[in-house]
Design a protein around this ligand. Structure first.
Ligand code: DX5
Ligand code: ZN
Length: 216
């Protein structure tokens, strides 16, 4: 399973130091939350931050767009250094086109669904995506409690993946800690985003702890 620390919970007063700790850790991804104050009730980072981080990190940049009109933003984040670009199903009526555009830019395309969104509505894009992100909290903030009902959703998605032979990875985001990561893994998740859990302690140690519990 891939661990993706979310820099939303990093120490912004000393971001470089935290990024260096992530570099040294076993994490393979760096999860970057982009919030526009409209799609979600919070603001976070823009493309310039991604561009700056690109100079100091070799991790896979997993850019999670929580914005209205994602089509306006994908090229900017692709140029800034994103490797994976995640767009919410709920953010555009033309999400198939958005995902296709991400692929055309040479990036990995990810569809993201909110807790209230059922899997059925993304069925038609599953053959073209590289990742599916199942939100395990309502997006907008770090530090929220994991929504247990989402485990069924992950398992259903994993069943569908096996039934049709799809290759996409299943990612989970929100409320991930040593306990919830194990449940997600059992249900079929391949990537776990963790913010508050990782940054509330020694970064390298927390990433290792997550890795250790899922190896058991
Ligand atoms: C929430 C973000 C998450 C957030 C997770 O909208 O998408 O990536 O950073 O934070 P934790 O792990 O604290 O729930
Ligand atoms: Zn996120």
């Amino acid at each position: 399973m891939i661990i993706a620390p979310s820099i939303l919970s990093a120490n912004i007063n000393n971001l470089e130091e935290d990024i260096q700790k992530i570099e040294k850790s076993e994490a393979q991804y760096l999860h970057i939350d982009i919030m526009d104050g409209h799609f979600v009730p919070n603001l976070s980072f823009g493309p310039n931050i991604v561009q700056s981080l690109r100079k100091i990190s070799t991790k896979v940049f997993d850019v999670h767009l929580m914005v209205e009109n994602p089509d306006e933003w994908i090229e900017k984040f692709a140029t800034a250094g994103a490797d994976v670009i995640g767009v919410h199903y709920e953010s555009s009526p033309h999400i198939y086109r958005t995902l296709t555009e991400i692929k055309k830019l040479g990036k990995q395309a990810e569809i993201v669904i909110n807790p209230a969104t059922p899997i059925g509505v993304i069925e038609e894009v599953l053959p073209i995506v590289d990742q599916v992100l199942v939100m395990t909290v309502n997006p907008g903030f770090g530090g929220q409690a994991f929504i247990e009902n989402m485990l069924d959703k992950i398992a259903k998605l994993d069943d569908m993946k096996k039934k049709f032979g799809y290759q996409f990875k299943i990612e989970v985001d929100g409320g991930i800690n040593e306990k919830t990561i194990q449940k997600c893994k059992k249900s079929g998740a391949n990537i776990a985003v963790a913010g508050s859990y990782i940054f509330a302690g020694d970064i390298e140690d927390r990433v290792k702890k997550l890795n250790d519990v899922i190896e058991d």
